[in-house]
Design a protein around this ligand. Structure first.
Ligand code: LLP
Length: 421
């Protein structure tokens, strides 16, 4: 459920009509709903009520500081995967004790940054990384809590580019080698083993792979405890999918996922950490664009928008589906039409949807891409010297620009011309 509904014939974000935002900031833009962000966070937080837990929002999904602050105010921790994300979380006021540092290739400089500023735990992904962190921490005279990310070799049954839990993926250490790696971690200075970490992929629409992975983690917890390790935290990653195509998709609900967690690892007495990103931010955001032209091709109609693949890359990158709806509510019974929905960028890959059946629109109309709050703005670029589009946050009847559209001067003046030119 989200808070983007038609009211008086116009699509609203909470109590704000989208044309009002379009008039204020121009198109295209991203708009996020505070109530939806909060609601989604609470689904996890309430879902694990009674179990010691911390929901560490995977801020890679949408890292605007206004979004981070909204969630942090509810008690969220953050899952960060780079020095930049770490600093951004801190800038948004998140204390180090609520930040988990994940990622497959943390540099020593990034490790130092987190150790200086304080970190709840570092999730280690390989032996060389473990040695590096030990050296950095010992050199700074600190002891850092660590979990090791295990790769359970489970098929998450999702898009190949976002599956992470198979042996062929670059993530984690093979679960079969866990005993050796934990023994080594326990011997190294500067590290304190506190838990186990697992994350098998993103946009999972089936609970079975989670069940497989969590049962393996439960068995590993018992084994590592028997080997003398103080396993007190389980970081179970993120990845729960959202219904991009509402008409034919019903991924498991967060409550079902939380019940599975209770069933599979609840008896171990561990503190549970989750790292959801998409489920919190995805359906809390829209991308709103204007139709520039309607063009008739040989055998199809093209809807040419003012947004493009550089603004929302998911359709080109993963062939992913985003619902596209007119901002003016279609009259009941109106005959839908088929369009190829495209942007102005100079490649055929700049296509949001092919032969999409949707309510008819005209040049000048506003359209909204649903489920664009996660992996939308954060993955955008300035390809074709197109300015990054603004982000707007709505709370009830208020809205605020939370990232402004840069001017072309700002963009162009970032280039530095060498002396010899
Ligand atoms: N934890 C770790 C270690 C991750 O690598 C990820 C996502 C998450 C948590 C959060 O997963 P989520 O709950 O958001 O599914 N750009 C792609 C998604 C990439 C996901 C990368 N890792 C997309 O647009 O579909």
């Amino acid at each position: 459920m989200d808070h983007f509904l038609y009211r008086d014939g116009v699509l609203h974000a909470e109590d704000v009509a989208l044309p009002e935002i379009a008039a204020a900031v121009g198109t295209p833009f991203y708009v996020y709903s505070t109530a939806t962000l909060e609601r989604h966070f609470k689904l996890f937080d309430d879902g694990l009520a009674g179990l010691d837990h911390l929901i560490c929002y995977a801020m890679k999904a949408n890292s605007n500081q206004a979004v981070l602050k909204t969630l942090a105010a509810l008690g969220a921790g953050m899952d960060v995967v780079s020095g930049g994300e770490y600093l951004r979380a801190r800038a948004a006021g998140v204390p180090g004790e609520r930040i988990v540092f994940s990622g497959v290739g943390k540099t020593r400089a990034e490790m130092r940054l987190a150790l200086e500023g304080g970190v709840r735990q570092v999730n280690l992904e390989s032996e060389p990384e473990m040695l590096a962190l030990s050296e950095v921490a010992a050199g700074m005279g600190v002891v850092v809590p660590v979990s090791v990310r295990v790769n359970p070799d489970v098929d998450a049954k999702t898009h190949e580019k976002i599956a992470t839990g198979k042996a062929e993926n670059k993530f984690g250490i093979p679960i079969s080698r866990a005993s050796d790696v934990y023994a080594q971690a326990a011997r190294l200075p500067g590290l304190k083993v506190v838990g186990i970490d697992v994350h098998i992929g993103s946009q999972l629409t089936d609970l079975a792979p989670y069940e497989q992975a969590f049962l393996l983690v439960a068995a590993l917890t018992e084994r590592l405890r028997a080997e003398g390790h103080d396993i007190r935290r389980l970081d179970l990653g993120g990845g729960l999918g959202i219904p991009y195509e509402r008409s034919n998709q019903a991924p498991p609900l967060p409550t079902e996922y939380c019940d599975l967690i209770r069933r599979t690892v609840g008896h171990l007495g561990c503190e549970i950490e989750l790292e959801p990103g998409r489920l919190i931010a995805g359906n809390a955001g829209l991308m709103v664009s204007s139709v520039i032209y309607l063009k008739s091709g040989e055998d199809r109609d093209f809807l040419i928008l003012d947004s493009a693949m550089n603004d929302l890359i998911r359709p080109s990158m993963y062939a992913s589906f985003h619902e596209i709806v007119p901002v003016a509510e279609p009259a009941p019974g109106i005959e839908p039409r088929r369009y190829d929905v495209v942007g102005p960028v100079c490649e055929s890959g700049d296509t949001f949807a092919r032969q999409r059946l949707m309510s008819p629109v005209q040049a000048g109309d506003l359209v909204a891409f649903r489920s664009a709050g996660a992996y939308g703005a954060v993955m955008s670029s300035e390809y074709n010297t197109r300015a990054l589009i603004p982000e707007v946050l709505v709370k009830e009847d208020q809205f605020a620009v939370i990232r402004a559209r840069p001017t072309f001067d700002e963009i162009i003046n970032r280039d530095i011309i060498p002396e010899w030119l």
